[in-house]
Design a binder for this molecule. Sequence first.
Ligand SMILES: NC(=O)c1ccc[n+]([C@@H]2O[C@H](COP(=O)([O-])OP(=O)(O)OC[C@H]3O[C@@H](n4cnc5c(N)ncnc54)[C@H](OP(=O)(O)O)[C@@H]3O)[C@@H](O)[C@H]2O)c1
Length: 500
Amino acid sequence: MAPAAPEPADAGVGVGIAPKRLVAQESVRTEPVGDPATVLAGTRFLITGGGAIAAYLAELLGEYGASGQLGVLDSQQAGEGFDGVLVLDGLTNLDEPLLPDVFPLLQRALATGPRWLLAAGARDAAGAADGMPGLFRTIAREYPQLTARFVEVDPAAAADVLARQLLNEVLTSSEAPVVYLRGDDRYVADLVPVELGALAAGGAGPAGDGVAEAAAIGLEPDSVIVLIGGARGITPWFARTLASASRCRIELVGRTPLPQGPEDPALAAAGDKQALVAALARQGLRNPAEIDRTAQRILAAREVNATIAELTELGGEVRYHTLDVRDTAATRHLLGRIHAEHGRLDGLVYAAGIIEDKLIAEKDPASFTRVFDTKVDGARGLLTALDELPAKPRFVVFFGSIAAAYGNRGQSDYAAANDALDTIGTRYAARTGVRTVTVHWGPWAPGAGHGGMVTAELSREYARRGIGLIDPEEGALALLRELAWADAAVTSVVYTASGW
Ligand SMILES: NC(=O)c1ccc[n+]([C@@H]2O[C@H](COP(=O)([O-])OP(=O)(O)OC[C@H]3O[C@@H](n4cnc5c(N)ncnc54)[C@H](OP(=O)(O)O)[C@@H]3O)[C@@H](O)[C@H]2O)c1
């Protein structure tokens, strides 16, 4: 996660540009399939889950001079040096989401340097395979020599048909880490630029103030928008755009507690983290970890206060609530209370998230779970809370990441989590009819006062790699336009200032 501190005003303001909109488009992709006897002779596979499909697959492997050993998901066997590990639990254990629990098995398997790592799943109502495509996109980036693939199948197909399809995937040379098997066809998805059309180009008005968009969305001064993670980072930019375009009521939510009363004058004079650390040390704090934590807490509280002040200045009503969104009961209580007080809840923006970047080989499974659950349990809990309200919101927005759409070295957990948001949101939209969109953002330029996950150091690294950053105001307007003018059937979109 980025430092809690807002970056100094000169840390990158103005370096961002307007993002482009990309949408996934599927097309049939046939790729070379190797000769099974040649490719498979003498190889050993571990197959977890899959029931009858696994049994057929083991039989097929045997026919080609390979062996398929059946195992279970939490098997230590994965680390025994198989040539291939095939995880089919997503097809049979539908009540158990694969993630985050499957991560240690995949990690153990990867550590032994296999040739194949495949997982299969389906788009089922329970979401057993939520996040797996994003994870496999990252595995493919971290292990380029490996055939790493998530295969989405039709669960209604017969077990022997599925077994043959999966064997074909083992034999197929393909760069695609995610494929979709439908009927006799094999699809891959590419992200392609799709503009919003004429309305969006003109709709923001000459000042680009978002007023036309807010009206198109149905926002008015009485509307109530809840932004989880909205008081810090990049989301305050969107809150500002909403507030200035519609003067709506803004309910911000985050973990950071706000101190009672004014800051200690000796600390208030310390404007950045370095100065705060020095001031805290002068006050007698000795433990560096405690000094760091205290400085982060003070800076976080300052950022929340700054957001509240900025939004208040725009003329709307603003409140801040302290809540850890992983606490499902507290989340339900808060949304229920907000709805009861205002008699409405028009929009929910879910932007909370943490990062703890590490390559898969070095990743602590507990860290994977922390990063994954913050997004995924948080999202699931919020949607359950919305279901309990007397009326549905107009829209739900999930802040995802380009890391989910393309994979990103060092972000297996974060890519998986953001990808899971996508399918969770899509199912919610299908079930309720509520306009729901997951926006997979490329990196934002750290704006004044609200830096977000892209620190000044990271933004220099992006510059070195030629990766452009999103201008915060342009990013916020792009989201407003998406809600106003995009086809509601599009539940997942990438906004990025550059390639990845
Ligand atoms: N910045 C970017 O370039 C970028 C790019 C792609 C995607 N994103 C996505 O955009 C969202 C915001 O990112 P950011 O850069 O603004 O990150 P950030 O500065 O770290 O902000 C994260 C926000 O989430 C809140 N939060 C974290 N855990 C929470 C929890 N358990 N309960 C409630 N609130 C929680 C934080 O507030 P507290 O600490 O007070 O809880 C903070 O407001 C994230 O979902 C991220 O994945 C950002």
